[in-house]
Design a protein around this ligand. Structure first.
Ligand SMILES: [Zn+2]
Length: 463
């Protein structure tokens, strides 16, 4: 029985798909004007795990994640760079996909772009105008009238009256209520624009998600997710737009992924403690980054520091070493396995990945103490199978343990050095054998002699 924390009801509840076998999921994607940072990676990995696990449980999942490719920040950055918005966004879409691939993230089933969804966006704005929950301001922009939606504030648990008192007085005299938000902006000179019944312009940010989610998943679907920073106003506004337009419940379960902190401080550009996925992948194995991201529960704040990432790499290495110690090809994973059942129980408890990881270590411990080689191979197959539900342990142990060679130190040069050392050992030239071992160690290569064979792996860089 799957239980999920629903931000809308603020409690963990039994999850029941709208259609028995088919779960529909929408996640807010990235505004593509720069490299993805660790916060984006956390959201991507969290929902990647959700999708992998639900599919492993036999559900069909349709996963939609949008791309915001028109926005004030994009226009500003393109102007700074003296390039077109399309050139800028296409470049960062490619970078986002490269980061996602490196982190082993399964692509969403649909990845709609705002600029390719104008017909749906315009149609929804028109419906809101027809229903008189939207209006045209004196400047020609179209606004959503929050007063016209009785449930405004239900997701973020805020009362409209209290928000109005707190709202700062804006200079924008075009709005009836300062909390009203823009659905369609009139084009300014030299900005990208699209024709609409209200003149050439571009959509506001909130309406694109309502329109795209409804288009791809229907007006009522199962799960909507995103970073915790999107809960208000973005998701609140999505509910207001969609439910006013369709007249029915928009989403059953809202899931929000916690913030990333760096050395216990909020990660932000102004504090210069800002990490892009690209920065991290230069220093760390991508699977170690992924392991680090799933080692905290998705709703908890995640504290990033270099030591935690190095520790994550060491933990993952222990699991790969266990797999590496099993001789012969893995046997088929059994359908029923008490460790798998325990893993499922942890994941069914609001996707408790730290508890699920603990099960991987219990299984690893069992493999290491089991002597029967067939049993070892069956348990190892289980370990690999359930590890895969978190997107882990799918490389060969050898490629994981040897990854990250630098130029001038290739697998070939290492194998040659090992052969030379073996010869020295045969000739009982211990000094030379030790010297070769130490030379390799200085390059971050660790040798292990076992059962007459010498294997090597790369040392994890400590920070
Ligand atoms: Zn969104």
């Amino acid at each position: 029985m799957l239980k999920i924390y629903n931000s809308l009801t603020r409690r963990v509840a039994h999850f029941e798909p709208i259609s028995d076998e088919h779960i529909k999921l929408y996640v807010c994607g990235v505004t593509v004007y720069d490299y993805c940072h660790l916060g984006h990676a956390r959201v991507f990995v969290a929902f990647d795990v959700v999708v992998r696990f639900l599919r492993a449980m036999g559900y069909q999942v349709t996963y939609v994640r949008n791309i915001t490719d028109i926005d004030d920040k994009i226009i500003q950055r393109a102007l700074q760079n003296q390039e077109s918005c399309t050139a800028l966004t296409e470049r960062f879409i490619a970078e986002m996909r490269a980061d996602s691939n490196a982190l082993g993230i399964i692509p969403p089933d649909h990845e709609p772009k705002a600029t390719e969804s104008l017909p749906q966006i315009i149609a929804m704005i028109q419906t809101l105008l027809d229903k008189k929950v939207a209006y045209i301001g004196e400047n020609g922009d179209v606004y959503y009238a929050v007063d016209q939606f009785p449930n405004y504030g239900k997701l973020s648990n805020r009362q409209l009256d209290a928000m109005q008192v707190g709202a700062r007085v804006e200079a924008n005299q075009n709005k009836t209520n300062p909390l009203d938000f823009v659905l369609w902006k009139q084009a300014k000179p030299n900005e990208p624009s699209w024709p609409s019944p209200w003149g050439a312009g571009r959509p506001g940010w909130h309406i694109e998600c309502s329109a795209m989610a409804t288009h791809w998943l229907g007006k009522h679907f199962d799960i909507h997710g995103g970073g915790a920073d999107l809960l208000f106003p973005h998701h609140e506004n999505e509910i207001a737009q969609s439910e006013a337009a369709t007249g029915c419940c928009f989403v059953n379960t809202w899931m929000h992924v916690g913030f990333v902190q760096v050395n216990q401080q909020k990660m932000s550009k102004s504090l210069h403690n800002f990490f892009t996925v690209r920065d991290l992948l230069e220093r760390h194995h991508p699977e170690a980054v992924r392991y680090f991201l799933v080692s905290s529960h998705y709703r908890s704040p995640l504290n990033y520091d270099e030591d935690s990432l190095t520790m994550a790499h060491h933990s993952l290495k222990r699991l790969y070493q266990t797999l590496s110690s099993v001789a012969g090809p893995l046997l088929d994973a059994p359908q029923e396995c008490p460790y798998q059942a325990k893993f499922i129980e942890a994941m069914c408890n609001d996707f408790n990945t730290p508890d699920a990881l603990a099960v991987l270590f219990e299984l690893s411990h069992l493999i290491n103490k089991t002597e029967n080689s067939d049993e070892k191979r069956i348990y190892a197959a289980s370990l690999k199978k359930i590890g895969g539900w978190l997107g882990l342990l799918q490389s060969t142990p050898q490629s994981f343990l040897q990854a990250g060679l630098t130029e001038g130190c290739t697998a070939e040069t290492i194998e040659n050095a090992i052969a030379e050392r073996n010869l020295a050992r045969q000739q009982k030239d211990w000094a030379k054998a030790d010297a070769i071992r130490n030379e390799l160690l200085a390059q971050g290569i660790i040798l292990e002699d076992k059962n007459g064979l010498t294997t090597w792996q790369r040392q994890i860089k400590s920070t």
